[in-house]
Design a protein around this ligand. Structure first.
Ligand code: GUN
Length: 284
């Protein structure tokens, strides 16, 4: 008698390829504008990870035909100086989008700085107005990581309506906006974090599991429901290598679709930023 193996390894969700398609579409929209959209990036401090992200954003701007301007400050800059720069960029008609790279040094109040960004130029979707609109079900300027994750899930053809979704992250960058996007699609959402007791109880029920904890190996095969879609937006660096949260080898045998790290959430975040900047330019 021949026994057929009933499960197949998960399909890989190719974030790099999807991001290139988004950039190509954004580039076409740019070519219809009178002027190249301009993204202003505010970077405080010398974090190598933030410098790398900002460089990737600059390269993506170049690829899609946008201009980018970088405003770098030392870690000792005052709150007033950063807010004054953001307000100057709000008033500058040649600037379409403003991004303040996070995290900010501890001496700066993140919310005060983010709230200084004009909602029309808030390409990260982190202002109270844009987060509030999202909570009302209006998806205008939405966090780039959260929208990139939704696009990767939807690329599998899954209808999120009625699905159990579990997010392991509750930040304004990922977990909170992503929960709203999933609720807008009538999913059932649990938002976990580093203090969640019995995390596996939540992850095992999830048809869609999204993790961004920055803890390599946090999600193992036995914590995943058979056939689940697993999105890994975790990032940890060790000896120059990047690691996600998912133990890829065990999870790929259980899940139906899985994102790689790198090559998943990272390039999608950058592509969605470009999309938001083009949208801001079209609306201004
Ligand atoms: N730091 C990590 N991810 C992000 C992001 O999407 N936007 C900003 N501004 N900072 C980040």
């Amino acid at each position: 008698m021949i026994f057929l193996n009933s499960f197949m390894p998960a399909k890989l969700i190719d974030g790099k390829k999807l991001s290139e398609e988004i950039l190509a579409r954004a580039g076409k929209r740019v070519s219809k504008l009178k002027q190249k959209p301009v993204l202003a990036v505010v970077l405080v401090g010398e974090s190598p990870a933030s410098q790398l992200y900002v460089e990737k954003k600059r390269q993506a701007c170049e690829k899609a035909g946008l201009r980018s301007k970088l405003y770098s400050f030392s870690e000792s800059v005052s709150q007033e100086e950063v807010v004054a720069k953001v307000k100057e960029l709000n008033e500058d008609n040649s600037v379409n989008g403003i991004l303040v790279q996070l995290p900010l040094p501890k001496n700066l109040d993140r919310n005060t700085v983010l709230e200084a960004v004009s909602p029309a130029k808030d390409v990260d979707g982190f202002s109270a107005e844009n987060l509030g609109k999202l909570a009302l079900g209006v998806e205008d300027m939405v966090s780039c990581t959260a929208s990139g994750i939704i696009k990767m899930i939807e690329s599998t053809g899954t209808d999120l309506k009625g699905k159990n979704c579990c997010i392991v992250n509750h930040s304004i960058v990922v977990g909170r906006p992503l929960a709203q996007l999933l609720l807008n699609r009538n999913a059932t959402v649990s938002v976990c974090n580093e203090f969640t007791e019995n995390l596996a109880e939540f992850t095992k029920k999830a048809d869609v599991l999204i993790t961004a904890a920055g803890v390599p190996g946090l999600i193992k095969g036995e914590m995943v429901k058979v056939g689940a879609i697993v999105i890994d937006a975790g990032i940890a660096r060790k000896n120059g290598k990047v690691f996600g949260d998912v133990e890829f080898d065990s999870v790929k045998e259980i899940a139906s679709a899985i994102t790689p790290v790198p090559g998943g959430a990272g390039p999608m975040t950058v592509a969605c930023l470009i999309e938001n900047t083009v949208k801001a330019a079209e609306n201004q």
